[in-house]
Design a protein around this ligand. Structure first.
Ligand SMILES: *[C@@H]1O[C@H](CO)[C@@H](O)[C@H](O)[C@H]1NC(C)=O
Ligand SMILES: *[C@@H]1O[C@H](CO)[C@@H](O)[C@H](O)[C@H]1NC(C)=O
Length: 420
């Protein structure tokens, strides 16, 4: 039997429920009526980075929910903070940039796990595209702090709009009534091919000027790729070279783990080497980055889809003096990818092999093997791309050039230093 008291309570509860339902309905209706459709559809409405983004970048990202999610994910804290709560004061931060070659990345990560001193630093992994298999490998890293970032403007995450392919894009030489500007050889852009240069430039701007974890770092950043094998002495060697640089080679802009000739393992003599800057295991500091960033126009307008050839043929020559890097006489990093830097960039299928590497690590590769008392041999007039080379093309589309320039200003909005 129900007491009147109980009845009263039931009635109260029912009334209360009705009240809540009413309030919810009213607020939903009010929201639908008063909020413009665009705001409801705007995935940026709750993101605080939006005010810092250049308007044209904002409109690119807005078109794509994955892009927005990656933007958010880029602000997640590094992994393994519990295992490595503090970083070494004299650290060289390592930036590993990757696309989608998991069988290579596994080898690179395995080599990094044996690098002496790596637990003192932060490893930033920058992804071009979003690939679960690549994520799994990065998530498995337990030997140091790891910060994962993803380019939100990678052509690989845009299926139907720029920077991916749009329905109206020109495809073949001589196509008319379509969108796109041909390169110097008459060819139109290929999203897969331009993605490498875009990613490199986005990553550079992001690690130096955007990321909380690295934008105030005042030492060197070391850059490696998903098909580089590092010897156990790589970290201590690059720390040593970065320190020796000032005294031993004031003209050097950078320190390298590997010779500029990617096939060479070094000379093995008792001397440091100053030579043209290579693209395997290069490291430099913020003042050098500032010099590079101020050449954004040279970088973004040069009609070559390779970031490294663009640097050698336009950016470095524009500095007005030869750009040397300091390295040891034995390499500490090896480029093992079968598809070399300038082949197989068109299709991922070209880059497949079984990822087995056969790199011999000797005792001397396990300890610092550059010596303070050594002199420096300067290699002048080496062969390679230089000023005057007109580029391999692939980078003629105005839209790519604009996107590229936007990367150079995206973290400088409203600042006095906004112009590239
Ligand atoms: C960065 O490196 C350059 C080139 O080696 C050097 O001239 C400059 O003094 C360095 N900057 C700092 C802040 O150490
Ligand atoms: C966005 O970037 C483009 C290209 O760099 C530049 O022309 C434009 O002024 C920038 N806009 C803002 C608001 O910074």
């Amino acid at each position: 039997m129900e007491t009147p008291w109980k009845k009263q309570r039931l009635k109260d509860t029912a009334l209360c429920r009705l009240g809540i339902l009413f309030a919810v309905t009213v607020s939903v209706v009010l929201m639908l009526v008063s909020v413009p459709r665009t705001a409801l559809n705007n995935p940026f409405s709750d993101i605080d980075f939006a005010p810092n983004l250049n308007v044209s970048l904002l409109s690119v990202a807005r078109g794509n929910p994955i892009s927005v999610r990656l933007h958010k994910r880029n602000s997640f804290p590094p992994r393994n903070l519990d295992l490595y709560p503090s970083l070494g004061k004299d650290r060289v931060v390592i930036v590993l940039y990757v696309h989608n070659r998991p069988q290579y990345l596994r080898v690179t990560v395995e080599s990094l796990s044996k690098v002496e001193g790596i637990s003192e630093t932060l490893l930033i992994v920058s992804h071009d595209g979003y690939f679960e298999e690549m994520n799994k490998i990065v998530e498995s890293i337990k030997f140091c702090q790891v910060k994962q970032i993803f380019s939100p403007y990678s052509p690989h995450i845009f299926r139907e709009s720029f920077p991916g392919t749009t329905a109206n894009d020109c495809k073949n030489k001589g196509d008319e009534d379509c969108q796109g500007d041909p390169d110097q050889y008459g060819n139109h852009r290929s999203p897969k091919i331009v993605s490498l240069k875009h990613h490199w430039w986005w990553m550079m701007n992001t690690v130096w000027d955007g990321l909380e974890e690295s934008r105030d770092h005042d030492g060197h950043l070391l850059f490696i790729e998903e098909d580089h094998f590092l010897f156990p002495n790589a970290y201590r060697n690059i720390q040593t070279l970065a320190t020796l640089k000032r005294a031993k080679c004031p003209d050097c802009f950078a320190a390298n783990l590997a010779p500029s000739d990617v096939k060479s393992r070094g000379e093995g003599f008792d001397s440091l080497v100053a030579e043209r800057m290579g693209n395997v295991g290069y490291s430099f500091n913020r003042s050098v980055w500032e010099k590079i960033r101020h050449k954004a126009r040279e970088f973004c307008f040069f009609d070559d889809y390779n970031w490294d050839i663009t640097m050698w043929a336009t950016v470095f020559p524009s500095f007005g003096s030869p750009v040397y890097t300091l390295r040891g006489p034995r390499t500490s990093a090896v480029h093992f990818g079968k598809c070399g830097l300038h082949q197989g960039r068109g299709g991922e299928g070209d880059c497949m092999d079984n990822g087995v590497v056969n790199i011999e690590v000797k005792e001397t590769d396990k300890v610092v093997n550059v010596k303070k008392e050594w002199g420096v041999r300067v290699f002048e007039h080496q062969p390679g791309y230089k000023a005057g080379f007109k580029g391999w093309g692939g980078w003629g589309d105005e839209r790519d050039r604009r996107l590229c320039l936007d990367f150079a200003t995206m973290y400088r909005f409203n600042s006095r230093d906004a112009s590239p």
